[in-house]
Design a protein around this ligand. Structure first.
Ligand code: SF4
Length: 380
């Protein structure tokens, strides 16, 4: 199932009265028919809050709610939890829920709202960043978007990429990362930037995309979007994540590596991260009910790892990572590859890609001083 055009993505739209003056609300009124939009004084469908049924979870993707976020926008990447290695990362979530529909999506483990929420007050996040910038303007911070909403799939509506790219022009030593499975980039390609914006795609073989990543862009569309970004001198990265085991995984992942290496040069790609299927045990029932029993994800044999997530056994994970690493290295030793959201044992299994042993990646993983409670903006 391919991507849906923006004007067909929702069945109902609710706008919080507090958001009415926002740019986002204005865009919603411009793009969608008035009959679809309701202005509300409180969160709609409150009766459906709490653990959602699989059916309600699916419906939530087609009900848009525009509201201000009440709280701090910035928090550390979940990879910084004990037991995982990670890379000094701030996460900016400007909404909750995704309009696309991947069988393994981790949102299925915790979303308990019947709505796809987009926050109307990105300007507040920008103010928080500016406050952080006062004390940390010379530090290398990375700000990633795309954890609880895809960075770009609804960007034609929000245009948040443009606001952030503009802000990051003032902080050339910081890095802004968009992460997407869509190909929506045209809305920001004309923005002037400081060369510090990384547009990244989660990539998988087309067979995996068709089987497991519903309503996303095809591999060809994602790679074409990356080529467009490169032309405008944005940095580009790929996340081969989550790798999904299936009968023809070797030939399909070999083809994927060959496709990337034939279209891009190592120096054009900021980094390639690799990860394998992982999900929370509590989302399994949701996946089983929402997707076919023939789904490779639903058929996967997975085991609880130290961080509580279900993963393939470590031997298979290491085999998959090594296979892809070797394939990249056959093309060139210069590809910058690392394993994301992995346990230290797996890093040791695929030693070559441990960032602490790789000069090219050391800089990215160097610990930096994080803002303390005192220096965090208090905007609540
Ligand atoms: S694109 Fe990401 S957030 Fe959206 S459904 Fe797929 S995994 Fe979930």
């Amino acid at each position: 199932m391919a991507q849906i055009p923006l004007n067909e993505k929702f069945d109902a739209i609710y706008i919080d009265r507090e958001s009415l003056g926002s740019d986002l609300a204005q865009r919603v009124f411009e793009i969608f028919p008035k009959e679809m939009i309701q202005v509300v004084d409180e969160t709609p469908l409150k009766n459906l809050r709490g653990p959602l049924s699989p059916k309600e979870f699916s419906k939530s993707k087609r009900r848009l709610f525009v509201t201000p976020f009440k709280g701090h926008f910035f928090k550390r990447c979940p990879g910084s939890r004990p037991g995982l290695m990670c890379c000094n990362y701030y996460v900016l979530n400007w909404g909750l829920q995704c309009d696309m529909n991947c069988s393994y999506c981790y949102l299925q483990s915790f979303i308990n709202s019947p709505l796809l929420t987009l926050y109307s007050n990105l300007d507040q996040a920008i103010e928080e960043l500016k406050t952080i910038g006062k004390d940390f303007s010379n530090q290398k911070l990375r700000v990633g978007t795309g954890e609880t909403v895809d960075s770009l799939s609804l960007d034609e509506l929000t245009l948040y990429s443009r606001k952030l790219i503009n802000l990051f022009k003032d902080y050339p030593q910081w890095i802004l990362e968009f992460k997407s499975k869509s190909d929506r980039v045209d809305q920001f390609l004309d923005c002037e930037h400081a060369g510090n914006v990384v547009v990244s795609w989660s990539v998988n073989p087309e067979a995996v995309i068709s089987a497991e990543e519903h309503l996303t862009a095809s591999l060809e569309q994602r790679l074409k979007a990356a080529e467009k970004c490169l032309k405008k001198e944005f940095q580009v990265a790929f996340h081969m994540d989550p790798m999904i085991y299936h009968e023809n995984w070797q030939s399909n992942y070999a083809q994927l590596v060959d496709e990337i290496t034939s279209r891009f040069q190592p120096e054009q790609v900021n980094v390639i991260s690799i990860g394998a299927l992982r999900f929370q045990p509590e989302q399994r029932h949701m996946m089983k009910e929402r997707f076919s029993k023939d789904s490779w994800v639903n058929q996967s044999e997975v085991f609880r790892s130290r961080d509580g997530k279900l993963r393939y056994d470590s031997e298979l994970r290491t085999e998959m990572y090594k296979y892809v690493l070797d394939r990249f290295q056959k093309h060139s030793k210069d590809w910058k590859i690392f394993l994301c959201m992995e346990t230290p044992e797996t890093w040791l299994g695929a030693e070559k890609s441990n960032p602490h042993g790789d000069e090219k990646l050391k800089e990215l993983f160097k610990p930096i001083k994080m803002p303390t409670k005192e220096t965090q903006p208090d905007l609540q």
